[in-house]
Design a protein around this ligand. Structure first.
Ligand code: HEC
Length: 170
């Protein structure tokens, strides 16, 4: 493994961050459309209908039904967007320490956590939570930053490393 790997995972998490932002903006636009574009266009359609020979309460009916339908569709859409966004940036607390390590760490530190010629073992010594947090938030060397990992994730990773370190020492 070499420095290219580090750059790779950098752009990887940048891509995920970008995808999450796009979904967020789409959610925002959908939410705004509930109160603007959708009712206005139904009122417009209703006003067109009123020029025909239909009874005069028809436009109001079209507007009322249209707004209800639009609301239901938009709210359902928002639910889907929300779920997608959570999947992109895994829901907080949804992954165990082992799963987090597999997703974010083992390509460098190895599935046995012992590293190789280029990457250090992560079970050779105890790495306290505070140090691990700093390592992942403001890395000094070629290890990438992990903006996706929140405090719970880092805690779980820390516990997982300790668990594997104890198991290896036995
Ligand atoms: C792109 C490769 C890469 C990835 C991915 C990576 N690391 Fe590292 N890690 C390194 C390198 C290289 C070092 C040595 C210090 C440095 O150069 O940053 C290191 C150092 C460490 C250390 C300090 C080891 C010691 O005893 O000093 C810990 C702990 C650690 N990494 C944990 C993790 C965890 C947890 C993850 C996953 C969230 C992770 N690393 C993901 C490359 C990586």
């Amino acid at each position: 493994m070499n420095v290219e790997m580090a750059t790779d995972s950098h752009s990887d998490s940048a891509m995920r961050g970008m995808a999450a932002t796009v979904v967020f903006v789409a959610m925002l636009l959908a939410a705004l459309s509930i109160w603007t574009a959708i009712p206005l266009s139904w009122i417009y359609i209703g006003s067109k209908v009123s020029h025909t020979q239909f009874p005069s309460n028809m436009p109001y009916l079209v507007v009322a039904v249209g707004i209800v339908v639009a609301l239901v569709v938009t709210m359902t859409g928002l639910g889907v967007f929300h779920a997608t966004r959570n999947r992109i940036r895994h829901a907080p607390g949804s992954l165990s320490g082992k799963q987090l390590f597999t997703q974010y760490c083992d390509r460098c530190h190895g599935v046995d956590l012992k590293g190789d010629a280029n990457f250090p073992s992560v079970i050779a010594r105890e790495v306290p939570l505070a140090e691990l947090t700093t390592l992942l938030r403001e890395p000094k060397g070629i290890m990438p930053r992990f903006p996706d990992l929140d405090a719970i994730d880092v805690q779980r990773l820390c516990d997982y490393l300790a668990e594997r370190r104890h198991a290896a020492a036995r």
